[in-house]
Structure formats: structure tokens, C-alpha cells
Write a new protein. Structure first.
Length: 168
């Protein structure tokens, strides 16, 4: 079944779609799951396929091509993206701010460029936190300005009275 057909068959209200992706990201970054993913290639591939599926579901309220499951209105899209920042920070902040290495995998073997495992973890957390947040805010801004432009074009023209003198 094509992705559009699958979406039509399993449609749910858009507000519920934010949870699977964020929950999946949180579970993937728990130390036992993360360690298992790094040590077993089949699980690694399976969990990354899960990221693609939940990511598609997560973006659906913003990009839906089907009328049965329409995009959120602009105000909803802006709120949806803003709310996506909270769970991302909840996952990435503890990784970034940890005082010790969370994932034992990174204590094994050499690191590229001689980076210490804790430094690697901090940079990875920052990439998720700041990089992901910047991306979401860029999309948020694009949608917000598209919404503002649409509102400006749809606003009724301001009535002008040519009998009122200009004071400038």
C-alpha cells in the first residue's frame, strides 16, 4: 500500500501524531536501548526504519497531501512545531549536561580526532538540542511568515476618505 493509501486507511486526529515520534526518540535514547542498537546491526536498522516511519507520521500534520487527513491550519502548525521543541529538549538536555558518559559504548575504543567520550556525548547532545531546535524554529518561522502573508492578502482593504486632509 502506498504511503498516501496507508495514511487514508489509518487516519487519526492530527494532535495525536506528535506523541509517537517524541516517545520513540525518548525510548531510543535510553541507555539500554541505545546500547542494544549500537551492538546489534539488525536492531540498529530496524530502529532506524522506525525513526523514518514515526518521523513521517510526525510531519504529516504539516505536509499532508490527502484531504481525508488535512494539514493543520497555520496557527495549529505553529503551535505544533513549538511543542515539538519541548520533548527534544527533554531528551537532548540530559545528554548534553551529563557529568559522566551515559552510553558505555562510547567508552570503548578510540574516538575520532582524539575527542574524549564525554566531549563526544556533549557535542552529540548539543547537535540534537541546538541543531534540532534551530531546524524546527526555521520551519516554524517559514510557516509563520507564510501565515502572516496570507493574512495580509486576505485582509479587507482599509477604507480611505479622500476628504480627510493629510497632516504630514
Amino acid at each position: 500500500m502506498a504511503p498516501v493509501g496507508a495514511a487514508r486507511a489509518g487516519s487519526r486526529p492530527p494532535a495525536r501524531r506528535i506523541r509517537p515520534y517524541n516517545g520513540y526518540i525518548a525510548v531510543l535514547h535510553t541507555p539500554p536501548v541505545y546500547e542494544l542498537m549500537l551492538r546489534d546491526e539488525a536492531i540498529h536498522i530496524t530502529l532506524h526504519i522506525g525513526l523514518m516511519v514515526t518521523g513521517t507520521v510526525m510531519w504529516w500534520p504539516l505536509l499532508s497531501p490527502v484531504p481525508e487527513l488535512p494539514r493543520l491550519p497555520y496557527a495549529g502548525q505553529v503551535l505544533y512545531l513549538f511543542l515539538m521543541l519541548v520533548p527534544m529538549a527533554a531528551v537532548s538536555a540530559p545528554i548534553t549536561l551529563a557529568s559522566s558518559v551515559i552510553y558505555p559504548w562510547y567508552l570503548e575504543g578510540p574516538h575520532p580526532f582524539g575527542i574524549a567520550p564525554l566531549t563526544d556525548q556533549v557535542w552529540g547532545g548539543l547537535l540534537m538540542w541546538v541543531g534540532g531546535g534551530t531546524y524546527f524554529m526555521a520551519v516554524f518561522s517559514a510557516i509563520f511568515f507564510r501565515w502572516a502573508r496570507r493574512e495580509a492578502h486576505e485582509a479587507p482593504p482599509v477604507a480611505s476618505d479622500s476628504r480627510v486632509p493629510c497632516l504630514t
